[in-house]
Design a protein around this ligand. Structure first.
Ligand code: PLP
Length: 367
């Protein structure tokens, strides 16, 4: 099956003898005991089973676990590691997960933040207690590209797990498990949900390992699971994921090209541009470049804020991956410990007409 077919058919499990075409929402928290029955919705639920099934198929994995948020999914990975583990994480990564490592697992695990583009630095960071390499590519918010194949080679050499946050690329454009990664993580709140109305996360595994069993334990017993309705809504959104992603990619390519040529723009960060320092690596592991780009405004952060206020179709809001375009000045959101340039705007390019989006930027950049 190709991805468009998987997206439509793998997220539906029909058990009702009336044979509805769409899977109903099973709100029941408990199930009557019988041979092979489900027991309790925290442990499992028909809508979550259907969602986990489509996620497994989309990433070519062996199994998937759905969580109540992307952050709950990454928490499960760190909770499944033995105490005293050392983790190698990217220097540019989703700030909420960075905060988990720095503040929640401060006394439990140890983390080295390295530039993942520098393979020598990754190797040099490996220690006796290193257990895991965390990869995020493209990264948030600088759209840095990590070479997944080379990082997997390093992980295999040293016997480390490799987990890839695939939120920005989505399974439409990148499948890290096919390259040899152990786990893929998603914030399904973003492109998979696609309409800015579901909070969710997921992990997909290449193999059913002992480590995966621990993750399942954290999911079931830790209890950060999504509701049946959220699972239903997400499985519904996934049906249009391939077509939405084609649109996000096309619109972002066009907007990136326009912004690159604009005199008020200092730099555009988008892996689809030939000028991106790792465009070739991106092209070797991605089938499209997705819908997030960042840009820096030459005249500084105040002008950047002014541009945001003048845009008509880009809402000044956090998050990304919805059908509507969003923009924000990341440094202002990440707070005083942010390492993001103050004049950087992160754009989630929506599915509006690309000419309208370009026209909107053209007018907002006139000052
Ligand atoms: C949003 C995001 C997360 C966190 O997901 P939530 O659903 O907000 O908990 C993790 N990684 C990336 C790349 C993200 O964009």
């Amino acid at each position: 099956m190709k991805i468009e077919t998987i997206a439509i058919h793998a997220g539906t499990i029909i058990t009702d003898s009336n044979r509805p075409v769409i899977q109903p929402v099973t709100l029941s928290t408990t199930f009557e005991h019988h041979e092979g029955s489900l027991i309790y919705t925290r442990a499992n639920n028909p809508n979550r089973m259907a969602l986990e099934h489509v996620l497994t198929q989309l990433e070519y994995g062996a199994d998937a676990a759905a969580f109540s948020s992307g952050n709950a999914a990454s928490m499960a990975v760190y909770q499944a590691l033995p105490a005293g583990s050392h983790i190698i994480a990217p220097d540019d990564m989703y700030h909420g997960i960075r905060k988990q490592l720095l503040e929640i697992f401060k006394g439990t695990h140890e983390t080295s933040f390295v530039d993942m583009a520098d393979l020598g630095a990754v190797k040099a960071a490996v220690k006796e207690n290193t257990k895991l390499i965390w990869v995020e590519t493209p990264s948030n918010p600088l759209l840095k590209i990590s070479d997944i194949r080379s990082l997997i080679k390093i992980a295999k050499t040293y016997g480390l797990l490799l987990v890839c946050d695939n939120t920005f690329a989505t399974p439409m454009f990148q499948n890290p498990l096919n390259l040899g990664a152990d786990l893929v993580m998603h914030s399904t709140t973003k492109f998979l949900g696609g309409h800015s109305d579901i909070l969710g996360g997921a992990l997909v595994t290449r193999e059913k390992s002992e480590f995966w069993e621990k993750i399942r334990l954290v999911q079931h017993v830790g209890g950060a699971v999504p509701s049946p309705f959220d699972c239903y809504l997400l499985a519904r959104s996934i049906k249009t994921l391939p077509y939405r992603m084609k649109g996000h990619h096309e619109n972002a390519m066009k907007l990136a090209a326009f912004l690159t040529s604009h005199p008020r723009v200092e730099e555009v960060f988008y892996p689809g541009l030939i000028s991106h320092p790792n465009h070739e690596i991106a092209s070797s592991q991605m089938r499209g470049f997705s819908g997030v780009l960042s840009l820096t405004i030459k005249d500084g952060p105040e002008k950047a804020d002014e541009v945001i206020s003048k845009l008509k179709y880009f809402t000044n809001a956090t998050s990304l991956g919805g059908v509507e375009s969003l923009i924000e000045r990341r440094a202002a959101v990440e707070g005083p410990d942010s390492k993001t340039p103050a004049n950087l705007l992160r754009v989630s390019v929506g599915l509006e007409n690309p000419e309208d989006l370009i026209e909107d930027f053209k007018e907002a950049l006139e000052y």
